[in-house]
Design a protein around this ligand. Structure first.
Ligand code: NDP
Length: 341
């Protein structure tokens, strides 16, 4: 079944890795959904840091041209050949989905197991803005380290897309948060979002900022021992700082490389404090439909119940994907960046 799907579509793709200039607006064939897949007519597309890793080549792209983007929301335009026998999703349904690339486009294919109906009461842009970063925050705090009420947790880049979601989830879990953010405006947003769960926020971009983080963590944690968990999406620049802020038996969750990849590490660095180190990725946590749905239900329920409006940095036209990536990669943004199709 399909609803007036054209042959070609506008999309933003790369033919080689490099700077923002390699992003090109092109006309390409509309993809055909296979078994177990749906074709989505996109309304909003999420911009995520991982898109920058693929564009620069930090993460490998198997073949070119390649359409960037892994998150979208809109309506189902077509189902794969036998897809309707294994799902209740139908043409015309409003959905948000995670894709294996291909999202910076008018149409994108997504696997049914990573496609979620958007509940009434949740806007399509809000659903697109929440999916990847919200699920990441949930999986990191339920599985990478299972955060318990009263746990002291350090969150870096807390005013970013994932960062703000971590604050919301940690606050709901009753954690005690120490946060870092670059600049006073970002620190203000962290205070508003973390509320009573916030123990302290440090502007780590200031001179002496990293030393200040370590001092504040020691001053504010029981016995000056440090936090039980660090959630670190900054990577190279903060890795050593993060290990230093952990208490005995703590867990380092290194989930990203915004400042560059963490260099190889000598495993014995973990032994003085019996630290655990996790390098998680969202996708293996939501590989089955049950796992995906479990987290999506939690995420959308939380948004509806707490009336969470994703902090939208800016909604860019699809054609301005390069500007969006420059802003995100340049530490200029807070919250979520979307493309409007
Ligand atoms: P953000 O909105 O958090 O943007 C990145 C932020 O990182 C910046 O705003 C900046 O905040 C901080 N930062 C610190 N140093 C640098 C630097 N040198 N260059 C650029 N930014 C820097 O992006 P996302 O929410 O999309 O992603 C956050 C992190 O989470 C990324 O590392 C991403 O790869 C990771 N991620 C991992 C997932 C997984 O499955 N493992 C899933 C989703 C995201 P400030 O100015 O406050 O320092």
């Amino acid at each position: 079944a399909s609803a007036n799907v054209p042959q070609t579509m506008k999309c933003v793709c790369i033919e080689q890795t490099g700077g923002p200039e390699v992003l090109q607006l092109k006309e390409m064939p509309v993809p055909t959904p296979k078994e177990g897949e749906v074709l989505i007519k996109n309304e909003f597309v999420g911009v995520n840091f991982i898109d920058i890793y693929f564009r620069t080549g930090l993460y490998p792209t198997p073949s070119f041209p390649s359409i960037l983007g892994r998150e979208c929301a809109g309506t189902i335009a077509a189902l794969g050949p036998t897809t309707s026998t294994t799902t209740s999703l139908r043409v015309g349904d409003r959905v948000a989905a995670l894709t294996g690339g291909g999202a910076y486009a008018e149409y994108a294919v997504a696997p049914v197991r990573n496609t979620a109906p958007v509940p009434p009461g949740l806007s399509t842009d809000n659903a697109a803005a929440a999916l990847l970063q919200g699920l990441t925050a949930l999986a990191m705090t339920r599985e990478s380290h299972r955060v318990e009420k009263g746990d002291y947790v350090l969150v870096h880049a807390a005013a970013g897309g994932v960062g703000l979601w971590l604050l919301r989830v940690l606050r709901a879990l009753g954690a005690r948060i120490v946060a870092t953010a670059g600049g006073e405006a970002k620190c203000r947003l962290v205070r508003e979002t973390a509320g009573e769960a916030l123990v302290a926020v440090v502007d780590y971009k200031k001179e002496g900022g990293y030393a200040e983080v370590e001092k504040v963590v020691k001053e504010n944690t029981p016995g000056g021992e440090g936090v039980i968990c660090v959630l670190d999406g900054v990577g190279k620049d903060t890795f050593d700082l993060s290990l230093g802020c952990l208490r005995r038996k703590g867990t380092m969750v290194s989930f990203g490389n915004a400042s560059g990849a963490v260099p190889p590490l000598t495993i014995t660095r973990l032994s003085p404090k019996c630290l655990k180190l996790v390098r998680p990725q969202l996708y293996p946590y939501i590989a089955t439909q049950d796992e995906f749905e479990g987290y999506v239900v939690q995420l959308f329920d939380m948004m509806l119940k707490n009336k969470i409006n994703t902090n939208m940095h800016e909604i860019y036209p699809l054609a301005e994907a390069a500007r969006a990536q420059v802003d995100l990669g340049g530490r200029k943004t807070t919250g979520k960046l979307l493309l409007k199709v």
